[in-house]
Design a protein around this ligand. Structure first.
Ligand SMILES: C[S@@+](CC[C@H](N)C(=O)[O-])C[C@H]1O[C@@H](n2cnc3c(N)ncnc32)[C@H](O)[C@@H]1O
Length: 309
């Protein structure tokens, strides 16, 4: 087994990349970070005259993710060392590669296996956004690209039954199978779902809303990002309404949420489009007198509330 003690991360990365060209799984030994927690990555720790560079499990997990691998449960191999194994994830196992239109995200798709509310890097900033807009006071809520309704489900979980039933929820998505599941899940009578193309939103005559949520949808190739966004603010939001916009900065592959937006023409994560779109929305909302925050990691959230409220 390959043994690492005080080698630099750059050397380890080079070895790992080369070895993964020939194998789906690589194993190496390194210092057990539990031996002396609280060090920064790279700090030298000397044990029985051997110099080790400290790295936390977070650092080892990050390295695995950057190599498109999952880290298996580390195995102790001596008093101070562990064996770390990285296993390549199946990059072809993803909804991203599917071209199907309305049903690309339908219940028969691989997307249906994703439960974003169970990913800490999604849940935490989305929860914060819901709290910061005071979702319990937003009587009419619109969600574009609602899919099977996970974003409404969290609202239902965090509010009291009385608060939740005082809301009126509207979800729109062009996937008939996803909307059919949403209709079954939200049977309390305060939610309405439409199988509809967001490009033709005006024909639904939805009126105005106190909160508009749209996550992972605005940047869809089927939509005119800037036009749609401006229309939402101008034609669908109440004067004192709020917005929560979620932008993926990750890809879902082989059961993993892998950090980093994939951009056309780049073989690696590239964030120009993501940053441009977020900046556009932030500037636009600020000009319309909204207080705007940008939070999150694997999903970036714009949360906008009217100044003075
Ligand atoms: C990436 S998924 C995001 C779903 C959900 N908000 C989430 O984050 O899990 C995008 C959703 O938008 C829907 N969608 C994309 N383009 C659409 C359009 N033009 N009209 C209606 N729905 C659309 C898809 O069917 C899909 O459910």
């Amino acid at each position: 087994m390959k043994i690492f003690t005080s080698e630099s991360l750059s050397d380890i990365l080079t070895w790992a990349k080369n070895t993964l060209k020939e194998s789906n799984k690589i194993t190496f030994s390194a210092l057990n970070p539990d031996v002396e927690a609280g060090h920064y990555a790279g700090e030298i720790i000397t044990i029985r005259e051997i110099n080790y560079r400290y790295r936390s499990y977070k650092a080892w997990n990050d390295l695995g993710e950057l190599l498109f691998c999952r880290m298996l449960t580390p195995k102790p191999i001596s008093e101070n060392t562990i064996a770390i194994t990285y296993e390549k994830i199946d990059l072809s196992d993803s909804f991203h590669h599917v071209a199907a239109k309305e049903e690309k995200y339908g219940t028969a798709s691989r997307f249906n296996a994703i439960h974003k509310n169970e990913e800490p890097a999604f849940l935490s900033p989305y929860l914060r956004a819901l709290r910061s807009v005071k979702v319990e006071n937003k009587k009419r809520i619109l969600n574009l690209g609602i899919n099977t309704g996970d974003e409404f489900d969290l609202i239902r979980q965090i509010l009291t039954a009385e608060e939740y039933m005082s809301l009126s929820l509207v979800g729109v998505d062009h996937s008939p199978s996803a909307i059919s599941v949403a209709q079954e899940r939200f049977h309390e009578g305060n939610a309405t779902f439409h199988v509809h193309d967001i490009n033709a939103l005006s024909s639904l005559n939805l009126g105005r809303f106190d909160l508009i949520i749209t996550i992972g949808t605005l940047q869809s190739s089927t939509l005119e990002f800037k036009l749609l966004f401006a229309s939402l603010v101008q034609n669908y939001l109440n004067p004192d309404g709020a917005m929560i916009l979620g932008f993926p900065n990750c890809r879902w592959m082989g059961g993993e949420m892998i950090y980093g937006a994939k951009a056309p023409n780049y073989p690696y994560s590239e964030m120009s489009i993501l940053i441009k779109d977020i900046y556009y929305c932030k500037k636009y909302l600020q000009q319309k007198k909204f207080r705007v925050t940008v939070t999150g990691k694997d999903y970036l959230f714009i949360t906008a509330t009217k100044i003075g409220l």
